[in-house]
Ligand binder design. Sequence first.
Ligand SMILES: [Zn+2]
Length: 166
Amino acid sequence: MNIITDFIPANQPNRPGTKLIGPRFITMHDTDNPSPGANALGHASYLKSSEAAERFVSWHFTVDDTNIVQHLPLDEAGWHAGDEDGPGNSSSIGIEICENTDGDRSKAEKRAAELVARLLEQFGLGIDAVVQHNHWSGKNCPHILRERSGGWDEFIDAVRHCRQEA
Ligand SMILES: [Zn+2]
């Protein structure tokens, strides 16, 4: 699995620099950005922009149909869970799945499941550690997985399947 590392600059306001506890959880998001070009590389440049800096948003990985980009080291917390200093931000790895209309969404979900399986293995976590952004803040995110009938369960099954294959 080829992961492109493109960290948010350490001095930028949306990179808190605080130690990630654990990690104990993996928090799943959808980007909520269907625009053509809003792929993993597009989000990597967004996270380094002043717009993202002013909104104090950051997460660890963005996954599309071809690339996985890592934006933060895995021992640093991000701001993606909407629970301020709560366990979502302070103890979970945040992963965004792209939904750009010029990308292959089902492929992006498959690749995200592979990444999650690998992270569970790496940090010795069980499948219960994979949660929705909704779990922390009540937001309708990841909205595609939540709105598609059986979508979340299918994603979790795909993660399980990847673990068995590994
Ligand atoms: Zn979210």
